[in-house]
Design a binder for this molecule. Structure first.
Ligand code: FRU
Length: 498
């Protein structure tokens, strides 16, 4: 009898403990994806299938630091609210499961399908520490829940230590699968083709070009619409290197990529410190704009961020298009419209003009979307928006109309002692011209993540910040001369985990 009472009690108690620590921790993002426990990095295998958006990601099943890389799995019906699923593809025999992509093999080119059910095929890098990286495949016949590794793996091995992160998609003109891979140390993207996902033929190389400061990782190639001309498309090549990302825009003819942007300038999908290894979704429904998700963290301090029992989060899904500005293609990124369903009540704040003065907003929150326009009203005006404010600690976004620099600074957020590297990486900036005399900002703040979209997606800055608990204020400041702040809209954002 005693036993019968004891067991359910223990069960209820452990459930209560699990509830109290899951997704309620101080720095826990509430409308960004993060794993319940342990370490995560790159998004992997982003693919849409049968009404579900799959998110696989680099995961350590054992600890809250990098290691034992495995593909973990979550799905969503709207790219916003996620459901955690069992770990998908596991490390085995000393071979870690590094980054890669996933396709739905609708025509069963691989032969893994059964009884008319097309397989999901994951293409990933098998990593043997300090020895080799090769390309491998695994398939699932139950919508990504359980996976079988192909018996004849690897499918591509050129005996290299740094050869990774396959991106695979179907080329409908050539009627073959295309795979991009990084020759990381050589700063080359390699292109391969296959009819069956098993035998691969080398097509071409792209690079070295642009930012070659660190090893190249995680290539991604996707066709994106031209703004305002949605039936004309361009090819966007994104990649990660040195804890930052860069992109090129041009044409892909099924064999090789041609860049149409100037190579003297470096174009980045994100100008902040915390957006990396972004890849785009495969096989989205036709009406859905191409969409990418990136990892919010930075290899320089990723293992040290003060979050427990998890580390790392995914960015909000970003729709992708391009626009020609001064002869070059500019990447335009916007949050997926589905995100708006998380807005609570709209709070409109009246326009305000300030001269060497500040205005504290009535709204206080660490979980919100804030939109506003900054109009500098004199020469040499310096204007700022501050979030996570408590007296003289805050995160600050500043526009200087003399230099035309938009910068964001986390040095005054009050914390950062967990890593010397983090403390050094505070201020990020980008030259941005006024449009109709103003800068438009759309700021998402989610407890420890700020994603800032500038001028309708022409530039994005992503930051992690770890403010103290009572840093909940929001204010605008004209630090020098006169500024008008207008079109101010504020929404608290709902929690996706409740
Ligand atoms: C990028 C990366 C990839 C690799 C994975 C390992 O962040 O270094 O190149 O596949 O992480 O976890």
């Amino acid at each position: 009898m005693k036993k019968i009472i004891f067991v359910p009690l223990l069960f209820i108690m452990s459930f209560a403990i699990a509830q109290s620590t899951s997704y309620t921790e101080q720095f826990r993002p509430q409308f960004h994806f993060s794993p319940k426990n342990n370490w995560c990095n790159d998004p992997n295998g982003l693919v849409y299938n049968n009404g579900l958006y799959h998110l696989f990601y680099q995961y350590n099943p054992f600890e809250n630091v990098w290691g034992h890389m495995t593909w973990a799995h979550a799905t969503s019906k709207d790219l916003i609210r996620w459901k955690n699923l069992p770990v998908a593809i596991k490390e085995e025999n000393g071979i870690m499961i590094f980054s890669g992509t996933c396709v739905v093999d609708k025509n069963n080119t691989s032969g893994f399908g059964k009884n008319g059910k097309p397989p999901m095929v994951a293409i990933y890098t098998g990593h043997i520490e300090n020895v080799n990286q090769s390309q491998n495949i695994a398939y699932s016949l139950d919508d990504g829940i359980t996976w079988t590794k192909y018996l004849n793996n690897p499918v591509l091995d050129i005996q290299k230590k740094d050869f990774r992160d396959p991106k695979v998609f179907w080329d409908n003109n050539k009627k073959y699968w295309v795979m991009l891979l990084m020759l990381s140390a050589e700063h080359k993207v390699q292109f391969y083709a296959s009819k069956n996902l098993k035998e691969w033929k080398h097509l071409s190389d792209y690079g070295p070009v642009g930012d070659t400061a660190g090893v190249w990782e995680c290539p991604d190639l996707v066709q994106v619409p031209i703004e305002g001309n949605s039936n004309k498309m361009k090819w966007l090549l994104q990649m990660s290197q040195n804890a930052t990302m860069q992109y090129f825009v041009g044409e892909f003819d099924g064999t090789s990529f041609t860049n149409e942007n100037s190579i003297t300038e470096i174009y980045r999908p994100d100008y902040g410190p915390d957006y990396y290894s972004a890849i785009s979704y495969n096989q989205l429904p036709k009406q859905h704009l191409p969409t990418a998700i990136g990892w919010i963290n930075n290899w320089n301090y990723a293992n040290k961020i003060p979050t427990t029992p998890w580390k790392g989060a995914m960015s909000l899904p970003r729709t992708l298009s391009v626009k020609k500005v001064n002869g070059n293609w500019l990447l335009i990124q916007k949050t997926d419209p589905a995100l708006n369903s998380l807005r609570k009540k709209l709070v409109t704040i009246p326009d305000v003009s300030l001269t060497n003065n500040k205005k504290i907003f009535p709204a206080k929150s660490t979980q919100f979307e804030l939109q506003l326009s900054i109009t500098p009203l004199e020469k040499n005006t310096v204007s700022a928006v501050r979030i996570a404010v408590n007296e003289d600690t805050y995160f600050e976004i500043v526009y200087n109309n003399k230099t035309q620099m938009l910068s964001a600074d986390r040095s005054k957020t009050g914390t950062g002692d967990f890593s010397e590297q983090f403390k050094k990486m505070n201020i990020y900036e980008k030259k941005i011209a006024l449009v109709n005399n103003k800068i438009d900002l759309q700021i998402y703040f989610d407890n420890s993540i700020a994603e800032i979209f500038v001028n309708n997606g022409e530039a994005v800055f992503t930051f992690q910040l770890f403010p103290k608990k009572n840093n909940v204020g929001i204010e605008v400041v004209s630090k020098n001369k006169k500024t008008r702040f207008s079109n101010i809209k504020f929404w608290e954002i709902k929690n996706i985990w409740k």
